[in-house]
Design a protein around this ligand. Structure first.
Ligand code: GMT
Length: 380
């Protein structure tokens, strides 16, 4: 198949899923065309079946807000026509599904009309935060309803979309995935750990885009309690609006020597594979991809019991779940597991097993392929 993929190219779950999906599809022989305003952050391959098409948004003094969605629609239609795309797959409804809808209509009305069915994958904040905003809700609902196929990354997100957007269009749940050959425990973990921690210290990690929804300060609060009981270090991967608040808190608590802000890390798998625990105390997560990637690396998660997280992490088996803001309970669970080497490793192994058996790319990518085939059959 010739598949066009649009996602946010920046640091964030939906962009990661869109990019990794394209990479996996190309590895399975499909031709994949990424269409975005910048090369996606995880697109670091020269695979011959992957092409990147940049969307340039012209500036004009009249435009206080340059119309990216229109430039994107135009580029989608162009790429579809030139490269004869079979299908377009957009990640994150706003504004990508609206642009795809426009591209489909433009091509249908062209001198030589052609079909361009599109699939929208809902990731979370496009529904729960941004999409639910009254200024976006009607247009988001319209674009979802008019997509040729809609998928959501968890049952939770599907339910929420149906309830809040009153969507009648069927939504298929296709879980996020992880490439278990790339994300795995590093056999050289012990050597690599010495770059960040002493031999007797545990390594805790957090990965996110540091938006308020991630509750980065709770990560610091949890770590502060943990390091008082268990010698440990905290590695923070990512960047975003909450960084300076978190830096202040780290400073105030005298944790500067124990907390490292690594910024936007390219090869997350290398860092995850040396970790003992991942902290994800988010206000909301429709899935929690960072936790899944950690699970594949045998790293249990301490998280909040929100959104789609319980569909990924089983309390007491692959991690621990607590209420939002309950940093004491999350710290207590972390201390408990970090103090019991045997249970920690056993839980890590169970997490890996769960990632492999339920969320491995080799299982999930064929679900997307079948979904595309069904959409194409319907549109034939
Ligand atoms: O969490 C973010 O701020 C990023 C956001 C995105 O759309 O880029 O992540 C959402 O999609 C991820 C990939 O499907 C999910 O793993 C995250 O749980 C989801 N975030 C939220 O629901 C807050």
């Amino acid at each position: 198949m010739k598949i066009g993929i649009t996602c946010y190219p920046t640091y964030g779950g939906s962009g990661v899923v869109g990019t990794e999906l394209g990479i996996e599809l190309a590895a399975r022989g499909h031709e994949v065309h990424f269409i975005a305003y910048q090369q996606p952050i995880r697109l670091n391959t020269n695979h011959p079946h992957i092409l990147f098409h940049e969307v340039t948004v012209s500036q004009y003094p009249l435009f206080e807000y340059p119309p990216y969605d229109l430039a994107l629609a135009t580029r989608m239609a162009e790429v579809a026509e030139i490269y004869n795309l079979d299908i377009l797959h957009v990640h994150y409804a706003i504004p990508h599904s609206v642009s795809a809808l426009l591209a489909r209509q433009m091509l249908a009305a062209a001198d030589k009309p052609r079909k361009l069915p599109f699939v929208t994958t809902l990731h979370g904040t496009d529904i729960t935060i941004v999409g639910a905003d009254p200024s976006y809700l009607p247009v988001t609902r319209y674009a979802i309803e008019n997509s040729d196929g809609v998928t959501a990354i968890s049952n939770y997100l599907k339910r929420r979309t149906v309830q809040e957007f009153e969507i009648r269009h069927p939504i298929e749940v296709i879980y996020n995935f992880v490439n278990c050959d790339v994300y795995k425990r590093n056999p050289k973990a012990t050597e690599m750990r010495s770059e960040f921690a002493d031999q007797n210290e545990r390594i805790l990690v957090h990965v996110s885009n540091f938006r308020p929804v991630k509750r980065l300060c709770d990560v610091i609060e949890i770590f502060d309690r943990v390091q008082k009981a268990v010698p440990s270090r905290l590695l923070l991967m990512g960047d975003g609006p909450e960084r300076s608040r978190a830096e202040w808190l780290v400073n105030q608590k005298g944790l500067r020597k124990k907390v490292e802000f690594l910024g936007k890390v390219d090869r997350i798998s290398e860092r995850l594979s040396i970790a003992d625990l991942i902290l994800m105390p988010s206000e909301l997560e429709s899935f929690g991809l960072a936790a899944l990637e950690a699970m594949a690396c045998e790293v249990p998660t301490i998280a909040t019991n929100v959104g789609g997280v319980p569909e990924v992490i089983e309390h007491g088996r692959t991690g621990f779940l607590a209420e939002v803001g309950d940093v004491d309970t999350m710290a207590r669970c972390a201390i408990e597991i970090l103090s019991d080497e045997e249970r920690l490793r056993e839980m890590g192994k169970t997490a890996r097993w769960e990632a492999q058996s339920r969320f491995c790319a080799s299982k999930i990518i064929p679900e997307y392929e079948k979904f595309y085939e069904r959409v194409l059959e319907r549109k034939a």
